[in-house]
Design a protein around this ligand. Structure first.
Ligand code: 0O2
Length: 236
């Protein structure tokens, strides 16, 4: 690594500008540390749920000769989104409030191959005795008015740390690749700029796209079932 030791260089001037941590008040450091610890706990909770999903996927792929899960993505909610959500809901902006009120600080997105895989994975996860189901929102049977489809579960799972067992909440969104395609583009186009009002025409077109995608998901499932009825195994 090439380190520029010239104190007048642009690089070193910017280093000098970095605030001296010693001058940061103790309570702030303490809060920052507690926040970091909470985020670590959420990350561990994500890992636990991901492992459960991997085990299910491995088992089902051996049993059915195909993978019900295409992909698992995860994220810990960004601080700015946490503050935004607490403020929007008129809740105190604090660590305690976040841990008590927000169910989606830890989020996992499970992308399935077929429609029925979503319910199979959700049922198998829900049946595990160390998984508490806190809430379920089935936006597939009851899509949102804009066309959004996905199966949302808020689960609580125990995470074992060195000195405590902590029940942590994780939001699991389960959807097909097609639903994910729509939701990702919708997110880019509109969802996060929800204050922006779109014309009726654009909203309707987005909704139409969601409906076409839903129909395609249904058709693909029917095709798979017909193939299976003929005794042919669908392999990857
Ligand atoms: P991110 O960045 O994906 O985490 P909320 O609507 O968040 O105040 P709640 O009850 O948590 O309240 O909402 P819900 O309905 O369970 O859905 C929350 C998450 O679902 C969102 O998280 C999105 O990921 C997804 N979602 C819900 N509706 C839509 C939609 O219309 N379009 C798209 N693309 N995604 C949607 P976040 O926190 O908003 O964002």
């Amino acid at each position: 690594m090439n380190i520029n030791m010239n104190p007048n260089s642009e690089l070193n001037q910017s280093i000098v500008k970095v605030p001296n941590l010693v001058s940061v008040p103790d309570p702030l450091i303490n809060q920052a540390y507690q926040f970091q610890e909470a985020m670590m706990m959420y990350t561990c909770a994500i890992r636990e749920v991901k492992t459960k999903l991997e085990v299910l996927n491995d088992e089902l792929s051996v049993r059915n000769s195909r993978n019900p899960i295409e992909l698992v993505k995860s994220r810990v909610k960004k601080p700015v989104s946490i503050v935004e959500k607490l403020t929007r809901r008129d809740l105190p902006v604090s660590l305690e409030s976040m841990m008590e009120n927000l169910d989606d600080v830890a989020g996992i997105r499970v992308i399935c191959s077929f429609l029925d895989d979503i319910y199979a994975v959700a049922d198998m996860l829900a049946r595990q005795d160390d998984v508490h189901i806190i809430a379920i929102k089935d936006y597939i049977r009851q899509p949102k008015s804009n066309g959004y489809r996905s199966y949302h579960m808020i689960v609580e799972i125990p995470v074992f740390f060195s000195d405590q067992k902590k029940w942590m909440r994780v939001e699991v969104q389960i959807r097909t690749m097609a639903m994910d395609f729509w939701a990702s583009l919708d997110h880019q186009l509109k969802y996060k700029k929800e204050m922006q009002v779109y014309s009726q025409e654009i909203s309707e077109e987005l909704r139409e796209c969601a409906d076409v995608i839903a129909l395609t998901d249904q058709k693909m499932l029917n095709i798979r079932k017909r193939i299976e009825e003929q005794g042919i195994t669908v392999t990857k």
